[in-house]
Design a protein around this ligand. Structure first.
Ligand SMILES: O=C(O)CCC(=O)C(=O)O
Ligand SMILES: [Fe+2]
Length: 342
């Protein structure tokens, strides 16, 4: 089986500038290479015409109905009563601070290789943009042990224990969300061959991306994370109480956004929304994104029950998850169009 790193390593040339960190704390003025023109054209949570992202209580009997509405309108919602213990979220946050507070030289020991997927470095999609990002990132796929040992040779188990506990909790929550999201489309777990009866995905592909957005002297000109859609089925994001583009944070809530794969399965009904991260003048923002998706050999196609021409013709051809990830790695925002029926 091909690993995600092999899949993501495709032919787009990786630009080392995109993973070279700068000393954000000492910079008083944003260098030209970090200034994004036309940034004000993108929406932000301060825009008056932006609908607030709904907050959904997972135990509410109306949860699936509310999810459907949110997924059809914007592809993003927040969840409460999600079952992830608050003490775990706080432990996770402090481990992520600990990682990003390490001296640069230490973090660079785990620098992601130009064609790699895990370790210290910005999201792969940043290489599709000419400007640099006001952020640092770290991606974990599978066990964190190898990198944690390089970061803290004497004391790596604390980090690993917390990450592993979070990965377990996230996979339970992801199973629960899979059932709810399928139900919200009028589907059951029987409608997708790679989903088990309780929503678990055998051989699920998941990854954690830790993002750090330091305070920025010119937040209206710099970009935290460049616009993109996630390639996942869906992504669950924990953030340390500071806003996320159009999302006004609700205490204790997690943000869920629809990924490209759920968009394909829903035959285009659910929006895989383009999102980005903003930066702030005073606050240092952290986010931890958990990407969840089917195994690489899973066949992806619109669910049969959602194909009903002429109103709902089939929008996408069948691809394996592996094929889709390779197309996305090479063609980025054109990927969905490339698998769309004419
Ligand atoms: O920092 C955020 O809230 C967004 C993170 C995100 O979109 C990603 O890591 O794909
Ligand atoms: Fe994302």
């Amino acid at each position: 089986m091909q690993s995600v790193s092999e899949l993501s390593s495709n032919s787009h040339p990786s630009n080392l500038d995109h993973i070279t960190p700068i000393d954000f704390e000492s910079i008083k003025e944003v260098p030209e290479s970090f200034i994004w023109p036309l940034l004000s054209d993108y929406p932000s949570c301060n825009s008056a015409d932006i609908e607030p992202v709904p907050s959904i209580d997972l135990c509410d009997p109306k949860a699936t109905k509310l999810m459907r509405r949110a997924c059809e309108r914007s592809g993003v919602f927040q969840i409460t009563n999600h079952g992830i213990p608050t003490r775990l979220l706080h432990k996770l946050e402090s481990q992520v601070w600990r990682l990003f507070s390490l001296p640069t030289g230490q973090k660079l020991k785990t620098l992601r290789s130009p064609d790699g997927f895990t370790g210290y470095g910005l999201a792969n999609h940043s290489s599709f943009y000419p400007k640099l990002l006001w952020s640092e990132g770290f991606t974990i796929f599978g066990s964190p042990v190898e990198h944690a040992r390089q970061l803290w040779p004497q004391d790596y188990t604390n980090f690993c224990d917390v990450i592993e506990e979070y990965q377990k909790e996230m996979s339970k929550l992801s199973g629960r969300l899979t059932v709810l999201l399928l139900n919200s489309l009028g589907l059951t777990t029987d409608d997708l061959e790679w989903v088990g009866a309780t929503g678990e995905i055998n051989g699920a592909r998941s990854a954690l991306r830790l993002n750090s957005y330091p305070p920025c002297p010119e937040p209206t000109r710099a970009m935290g994370l460049a616009p993109h859609t996630d390639s996942s089925l869906f992504t669950v994001i924990y953030q340390n109480g500071v806003g996320w583009v159009t999302v006004r944070p609700v205490t204790g809530a997690l943000v869920v956004n629809v990924g490209d794969i759920l968009h394909i399965i829903s035959n285009g009904r659910f929006v895989s929304s383009v999102h980005r991260a903003v930066v702030d003048r005073a606050q240092h923002r952290l986010s931890i994104a958990h990407f969840y998706g089917p195994p690489v050999n899973a066949q992806l196609s619109p669910a049969k029950k959602l194909v009903d021409p002429p109103d709902h013709p089939i929008l996408y051809r069948t691809v394996t998850s592996q094929e889709y990830l390779a197309i996305k790695a090479k063609h980025f925002d054109k990927a969905l169009a490339l698998i769309r029926h004419a």
